[in-house]
Design a binder for this molecule. Structure first.
Ligand SMILES: [Zn+2]
Ligand SMILES: [Zn+2]
Length: 256
């Protein structure tokens, strides 16, 4: 069978190629040098410069995935110099003990939560509802990652020479020691679990896991005063344009 000149017949193989889902990518580059990595139960960030900074470590079992990403970037795990933890929930800090066994990185968390990591006690139960907390307790005890080492107790306003300058912004509410990481030179903000971004909408952190919702809203009001284009979350895809305007609009929608 012939076809009119200029009309190319699309084979079923080509159609099939179009229909196939895009291949699963374990990591994406958000900005030059800043990567979002899928870990177990959350997402971590890697900042690859001369040295590598890891932000959050996923749930237990995520350490190997972080190291794999470092190798896929053509780097050595020995290049990991620093690990920063946004807060002490299991899905952010669970991979820390295993990562520390493999790399001698300096580790920082806000001083309000360091004791959860350094002690032998299980991590605090993230559920705010008493019944859910009780039901989840045996499971959480079973998966608890155990203690890890904290080298640096972070405070609001601390600065580090990462991506042209990384400022620690204390953003309590989700947990007392939650922090956001602000990169003014790059116009980027990493908020951890201080905000949600579902179905294209910014939201307060999840009520089931947030200790103080009013304080969480106050923290978002503070973050809205910063200037940034890119906004990165621990469980959602990033906003890559005009993110500060979106956060300001969201803040205006919050009850006073
Ligand atoms: Zn959390
Ligand atoms: Zn989380």
């Amino acid at each position: 069978m012939t076809h009119p000149a200029g009309v190319r017949r699309v084979s079923w193989q080509e159609r099939w190629q179009d229909l196939r889902p895009v291949p699963f990518r374990p990591f994406v580059e958000v900005l030059p040098g800043l990567y979002q990595v899928r870990t177990r139960a959350s997402r971590s960030y890697l900042i690859a410069e001369d040295r590598i900074t890891v932000i959050d470590t996923g749930a237990p079992g995520s350490g190997e995935r972080i190291l794999e990403t470092v190798r896929e970037l053509g780097r050595s795990p020995d290049d990991i110099a620093d690990i920063v933890i946004t807060h002490s929930h299991l899905d952010h800090v669970g991979g820390l003990p295993e990562l520390q066994r493999w790399v001698p990185a300096r580790t920082g968390i806000h001083l309000a939560e360091a004791h959860h990591i350094e002690s032998d006690d299980p991590l605090p139960n993230p559920f705010t509802h008493p019944l859910l907390a009780r039901i989840s307790e045996p499971y959480l005890q079973w998966v608890d990652p155990g203690r890890a080492r904290i080298d640096v107790y972070l405070r609001d306003g601390d600065e580090f020479p990462v991506l042209g300058g990384m400022r620690i912004v204390h953003a309590p509410g989700h947990t007392p020691g939650s922090i956001a990481l602000y990169f003014p030179q790059r116009g980027a903000l990493i908020v951890g679990d201080a905000m949600q971004y579902r179905f294209g909408r910014l939201m307060l952190p999840h009520r089931l896991f947030t200790q103080d919702m009013a304080q969480a809203a106050d923290s978002i009001r503070r973050l809205a005063e910063l200037e940034f284009d890119t906004l990165c979350f621990s469980h959602f895809r990033p906003i890559v344009r005009d993110a500060d305007r979106r956060v300001r609009e969201f803040v205006r929608s919050l009850p006073a």
